[in-house]
Design a protein around this ligand. Structure first.
Ligand code: ADP
Ligand code: MG
Length: 703
């Protein structure tokens, strides 16, 4: 029996063998404050000590190995930075060195020359000699007597911990001590029903075997059970948040499909909607009419027609007497949305305007007034809309385009723009792999446009080396001859901004030499230009007055010039996959065959090669996103802002995809049948969930 049910909340200082100094280090280096934290320090890997290596089997890359042999010689070597104790260790296949930098006296006294030892440690190879610093060692005789741990866990550590003597061995000892003090008995955290249905081992068995695996099979079962549990409780939290929001946060009810929507649909729709667009509009309509506040993520590959979905949703809001806004990440995009929507609604009696950082004071005044008295129906703009001084009369729906540039905080800001929180629709063209979406946006509802408008020809993507540039230029000339236009994009990475601008300007000059005036006109757009100059250059390109647009990634999102048939991406190896895919999405918007040419030098890392191959072989944003996730890991993909959310203790969102799906399925089922977790069969789940919420430090992945 436990000393108390809450023994796991005991501060780590009290564990025998810890003490104030070690407690301090454990807290600072590993975030371990309590017994609970320690037990949730799961090994990164296990060393299989069932195997004994021979010296002639060693490999040059360092590895943890176990060897049997004798020490035949011991000497002290003087070095500039202190002494080194070196033992010559041999077996019947060769010899190597064991090395100590500290504790010489004790080792010299205790080592028995010419007696068989079992040594264990990490080998290094230098100048033809293998060495093993600070090996664990044991006389073979002893080893035979107390051989027990075969799978030795290796715990996460830091250099500081190691230097201060909290080695893996010490952590191991502490873990043993923890099992002694708690008698290895822990609260079960999953219901019998789940344990039985999934044939999971108990919490006690799982924790024991994750730290002291009896064999491979039990270790696998322990891992599965603990991963499942971790993912299950994340999903439970996300799904129940969503349910609670729907129950508690009353939203505006848009139950009318009125004249704006109907008139537009019947008389002004410039094309037939795709099946996917229709389905998504229906999903949104259901949300808007449900009485609960909508929080929906709309995912759709570049060019899939999200703007039309946005417009039709806005018309629904206007039909129900509300104002709406659409927020884009850049001025160029906001302007483009404005122009496009203005054209689409020109025959409807709708008041639409645009607000950005560069709106003039006089314009602002008009907008503010029309917003507050309710005569402005649609406001398009940038972050400027978020400012506190922008006050709506009755904002009913806020749409955020290209979500990845928006933080969660900004999304929340929109909530407060109306007395009843407006419906929120977040649109993104960066396909988020389903696995990740489930974990990050489990509290949002997700719609997917998985169909492109008809007649689109997939973009042909090729990879070309800089040395083939002349051929590429020739190809461009042919395309321009046919009346097409071209983007040439240069990387812009913050850290090396100066160099990047130099690359851009050098590139511009060489393009200008190759495509001279007056036959060719070239536009250039980059972040250091004044907005007015940018607009002017964009404008010329959109109108077809220039054939080539040289730019940094400012054109990455949203820009729509259907006549462009070639996208050249310079130094393509420096871009991430999702960015490459975004950029490629700028072409293939017209009826003509389009091309994306990825230019690189010959020097490519393996990851770069994988990225380029993926782009050449796939046009599917979701497929590309999955590769991206595998290459970069979830933290990088979502940016630093959100990476903390995925601070998982044992599960891996990429590798444990199947477990995640199972966990989500079970979490949904539990909540579907017992939303408040009040049924007896879910008592354990309710208790665990409450504990998790209370001790945030246990699983701190939930924001
Ligand atoms: P994105 O999803 O990338 O924002 P857009 O909304 O900009 O895509 O749409 C891309 C292009 O496809 C636009 O020119 C738009 O007018 C056109 N489009 C959208 N839906 C359809 C459709 N159902 N049929 C034909 N063209 C469409
Ligand atoms: Mg768009």
């Amino acid at each position: 029996m436990n000393k108390s049910p809450n023994i796991l909340q005991t501060p780590i200082d009290y564990l025998k063998g810890v003490g104030p100094n070690r407690a301090d280090l454990l807290r600072k280096e590993l975030g371990i404050h309590t017994y609970q934290d320690l037990i949730n320090l799961f090994p990164n890997r296990y060393i299989d000590k069932t195997r004994y290596y021979k010296i002639n089997e060693l490999q040059r890359n360092s590895a943890d190995v176990q060897l049997v042999g004798k020490i035949v010689h011991l000497k002290t070597v003087e070095q500039k930075r202190g002494k080194r104790l070196v033992a010559t260790f041999t077996d019947d296949t060769g010899s190597m060195e064991l090395v100590w930098f500290r504790g010489h006296k004790w080792i010299k006294e205790s080592i028995k020359i010419n007696q068989p030892y079992v040594v264990f440690g990490r080998t290094n190879w230098y100048n033809g000699v293998y060495s093993m610093p600070h090996p664990e060692m044991e006389l073979l005789e002893e080893h035979k007597k107390n051989m027990r741990i075969t799978m030795q866990p290796v715990y996460p550590s830091t250099e500081k911990l190691n230097n201060k003597g909290i080695t893996n061995r010490v952590v191991n000892k502490l873990m043993q001590q923890l099992f002694i003090e708690t008698r290895g008995r822990f609260q079960e955290t999953l219901s019998n029903k789940i344990l039985n249905e999934l044939n999971l081992i108990s919490k006690n068995e799982a924790l024991f075997n994750i730290h002291f695996p009896k064999d491979q099979e039990l270790l696998a079962k322990a891992k599965f059970r603990l991963k499942f549990e971790e993912l299950f409780y994340i999903q439970l939290q996300l799904i129940s948040k969503n349910i609670v929001r729907k129950q508690k946060i009353k939203g505006l009810t848009f139950d009318q499909v009125g004249t704006f929507f109907t008139d537009f649909y019947n008389n002004h729709l410039p094309f037939d909607l795709t099946g996917a667009q229709k389905r998504v509009i229906k999903e949104i309509r259901n949300d808007l009419g449900s009485g609960a506040q909508m929080n929906r993520l709309l995912q759709g590959d570049v060019g899939s027609g999200k703007t039309m979905v946005a417009l039709m949703s806005m018309l629904l809001a206007i039909d129900n007497g509300c104002q709406t806004c659409l927020i884009a990440p850049t001025e160029i995009l906001a302007q483009q949305h404005y122009n496009g929507l203005l054209e689409l609604v020109k025959d409807l009696n709708i008041n639409i305007n645009i607000l950005t950082g560069s709106s003039k004071t006089s314009e602002r005044k008009i907008i503010h007034e029309a917003l507050e008295n309710g005569t402005l129906n649609i406001l398009i703009g940038t972050h400027a809309i978020l400012e506190d001084k922008v006050i709506f009369n009755n904002l009913g729906l806020a749409i955020i385009d290209e979500q990845h540039r928006f933080g969660v905080a900004q999304r929340a800001k929109m909530w407060h723009k109306n007395s009843v929180p407006p419906h929120i629709l977040v649109m993104t063209a960066t396909p988020i792999p389903r696995t990740l979406a489930m974990s990050l946006y489990g509290d949002l509802d997700v719609s997917v446009i998985d169909e492109l408008p008809p007649g689109r020809k997939p973009v042909k993507t090729v990879h070309r080396y800089d040395s083939n540039r002349l051929k590429v230029f020739k190809f461009l000339k042919d395309e321009i001859e046919k009346g097409r236009q071209i983007y040439i994009v240069y990387p812009l990475i913050q850290e090396s901004e100066k160099l990047d601008y130099k690359d851009l300007m050098d590139g511009f000059e060489s393009v200008a030499r190759e495509f001279p005036l007056p036959d060719y006109q070239i536009s250039i757009v980059h972040g250091k230009m004044k907005p007015a100059d940018k607009d002017y250059e964009m404008e010329r390109f959109v109108k077809g007055e220039t054939q080539i647009m040289v730019a940094t990634t400012v054109i990455e999102v949203g820009v729509n010039v259907p006549n462009v048939s070639v996208m050249i991406i310079e130094s393509a190896e420096r871009f991430g996959l999702s960015q490459l895919h975004q950029l490629r999405g700028r072409v293939g918007r017209g009826a003509e065959q389009s091309y994306c040419i990825l230019m690189t030098s010959h020097k490519l890392s393996n990851d770069s090669k994988t990225r380029l191959e993926t782009m050449v072989n796939s046009n599917d944003g979701f497929e590309i996103a999955e590769v991206d996730l595998k290459l970069r890991g979830p933290g990088d993909i979502m940016g630093t802002q959100q990476s903390g959310i995925l601070n998982l203790k044992i599960a891996d969102i990429v590798k444990d995809n199947d477990i995640l799906k199972t966990a989500r399925y079970y979490a949904m089922n539990v909540l579907k049948n017992d939303t408040n977790l009040s049924k007896e069969e879910n008592a354990i789940i309710r208790y665990t969930y409450a504990q998790l919420a209370k001790h945030k430090n246990i699983w701190n992945y939930i924001s």
